[in-house]
Design a protein around this ligand. Structure first.
Ligand code: FAD
Length: 140
């Protein structure tokens, strides 16, 4: 069964480009081995990640990610069955808060700052759809 899991968490400290590169490289290596795809956003000190793949595999991946000391206050925002993958080509793409993405980050956020904790499952899905369909700048 194919599912998507979306969660948010807060970076436990200020993460530099090398920290983020490290997270991305590990994610891409591990996810490719087990058929997990998705996207990771980091903006305003908050991670927003969508993982997609087999339900058991995504669960195991998420439980491992939870133990990582680089983030805290994890919250699952959406967990649902999907008919098809959104990020079929990305074992983990990184969407950074580059100036050109800032407007898109705020478009779906009810608050003045990017705050995925306050976003509904529907607006989270639209946010990720926009990333895929509107050529949002991403790394990885
Ligand atoms: P290694 O990369 O060899 O790491 C071994 C251990 O050291 C792990 O427990 C790890 O948590 C810890 N560690 C490694 N580097 C650091 C560091 N700089 N500071 C503190 N502790 C460190 N992993 C995935 O497989 N898929 C994902 O999609 C994914 N997404 C992530 C998203 C976020 C926001 C974060 C913070 C981490 C994510 N990770 C992801 C990494 C995950 O938490 C584990 O670190 C990783 O899966 C462990 O991989 P590994 O067994 O190859 O161990």
């Amino acid at each position: 069964m194919l599912i998507q899991l979306t969660y948010a968490s807060r970076a436990s400290r200020t993460l530099g480009p090398l920290d983020v590169k490290d997270i991305l490289a590990t994610s891409q290596r591990n996810n490719a081995a087990v058929g997990v795809t998705g996207a990771l956003c980091l903006a305003n000190g908050i991670f927003l990640q969508q993982l997609e793949g087999d339900r058991d595999v995504v669960n195991r991946t998420y439980l491992r990610i939870l133990k990582d000391p680089r983030h805290l206050e994890p919250a699952i925002l959406d967990f649902s069955e999907i008919a098809a993958r959104r990020f079929g080509n990305w074992n983990m793409g990184l969407i950074s808060s580059l100036a050109e993405n800032r407007q898109m980050f705020l478009k779906y956020s009810p608050k003045a700052e990017f705050d995925p904790y306050s976003m509904s499952p529907a607006s989270l899905r639209e946010f990720f759809d926009e990333i895929v369909h509107n050529g949002v700048r991403w790394i990885g």
